[in-house]
Ligand binder design. Structure first.
Ligand SMILES: Cc1ncc(COP(=O)(O)O)c(C=O)c1O
Length: 395
């Protein structure tokens, strides 16, 4: 059975992408050795750089894979064997950085936050000041709890202690402000299926500083992977940017066409307008949720992300049953990922093409559904809070 095309998908990835992107994707079959395709690829790389604030011609890599592959590819290509890394973990995906680093033989130390919180910057600086760390790994938006790290400050701390910073921007790129080169983010990884509004399947690694490029070049001989060897991909990416053809492995041709179109639309909306839209919608959702008497997992407004919100379920409400009932009402939300939140929370994704109607609809269905499950809810209370913010912010 196929899902109802009018359902509202509010998972934190994959997200809804516009019919226009799909139309471009399916307009024809490009072969990866055609100049037409090389030009599309080249444009995608350039547009991506401007979206993340990567200066100049620092290398950007796009190839078949997911966010996890981008994380792993970035580490094994840039960090020499035996490097010491400090992971700042705010949940499930921070832990993933640590696990990927461990299985690749790096010497890993992890600083953990409480659930729904972030690790104190002073604590991180203190650890780095002990010396000996080659890299700091952090998740910009932790999709399992909905908290956002202060990447700008982290980059400045990392640079002070001469440590490379790797940022997982899977749930933030194109939705949260990010200015990689100016902030000093050395390496950024992401993927296509979140705020980039493209189907899953493109791994993206971007180097944004000259010290990251130097580290990549210095580590060239140590990479124990053929597919992920970025020195080979670099030649391909440079060729595409020059409108020439090169080959390392077949790229995801349809997805690159869709991604290039999505990046164009993102730049047409304008980054400031886009960040503001995400900010207002996220705030309206959180206020609506709180007005229903529910608790948001992110402990403070200033660390609550603009792309995903994790929420504690009211006493006695099973998240699986809640999700099932919402799905019957044609709105799809996500179950928890963080081990400490399993069985007692749910997540709503609000990134990409999300709009005010999505937020109104999900809060309306949530209040009706929770009321039908016996939770004491005053119908309309969540909606009133949402409407108030949308009205005030003129969205
Ligand atoms: C913050 C974050 N990092 C990494 C990943 C892993 O990406 P993928 O599932 O595309 O491998 C995800 C997936 O949701 C994520 O949210």
């Amino acid at each position: 059975m196929y899902p109802d095309e009018r359902r509202i998908l509010l998972t934190p990835g994959p997200v809804v992408f516009s019919i226009d992107n799909l139309r471009y994707m399916l307009s024809t079959v490009y072969e990866h050795t055609s100049i037409d395709f090389a030009e599309i690829y080249g444009r995608a790389i350039k547009k991506f750089r401007s979206i993340i604030g990567a200066n100049g011609n620092f290398p950007v890599f796009m190839f078949s894979g997911s966010g996890t592959l981008a994380m792993e590819a970035s580490l094994i290509n840039i960090l020499k064997p035996g490097s010491r890394v400090l992971v700042v973990s705010h949940g499930f995906f921070g832990d993933r950085w640590a696990e990927i680093a461990r299985v690749n033989g790096y010497d890993v130390k992890v600083l953990y936050s409480d659930v729904g919180d972030i690790v104190d910057l002073g604590f991180i600086a203190e650890e780095l000041s002990k010396g000996g760390y080659d890299a700091l790994l952090v998740t910009h938006v932790e999709t399992s709890t909905g908290v956002r790290a202060d990447v700008r400050s982290l980059a400045s701390i990392a640079s002070k202690y001469n440590t490379l910073i790797f940022v997982d921007g899977v749930s933030s790129v194109a939705a949260e402000p990010l200015d990689c080169s100016r902030w000093g983010v050395d390496v950024l990884v992401t993927t296509s299926q979140k705020a980039l509004e493209t189907p899953p399947g493109v791994s993206i690694v971007a180097l944004c500083t000259s010290r990251a490029v130097k580290a990549l070049e210095a580590n060239n001989g140590n990479v124990r992977s053929f597919y992920m060897r970025l020195s080979d991909w670099r030649k391909v990416m440079e060729a595409y940017e020059d409108g020439r053809i090169a080959y390392h492995a077949t790229p995801p041709t349809h997805l690159i066409v869709a991604l290039e179109r999505a990046l164009t639309r993102i730049l047409e909306e304008g980054l400031e307008a886009r960040f503001k839209r995400h900010y207002i919608l996220a705030k309206a959702l959180r206020e609506g949720i709180r007005a229903l008497g529910l608790e948001v997992v992110a402990k403070r407004e200033e660390i609550a992300s603009n792309t995903v919100t994790a929420v504690y379920t009211p006493q006695g409400v099973d998240p699986i049953e809640l999700r099932r009932r919402l799905a019957r009402g044609n709105i799809i939300i996500a179950l928890p990922l963080h081990p400490a939140l399993r069985g007692k929370s749910f997540r709503i994704g609000h990134m990409g093409s999300v709009n005010h109607n999505d937020i109104v609809a999900v809060v309306a269905l949530l209040e009706r559904t929770l009321a039908s499950m016996g939770v004491k809810i005053e119908l309309g209370s969540g909606l009133r809070a949402v409407q108030q913010i949308l009205l005030t912010e003129n969205l």
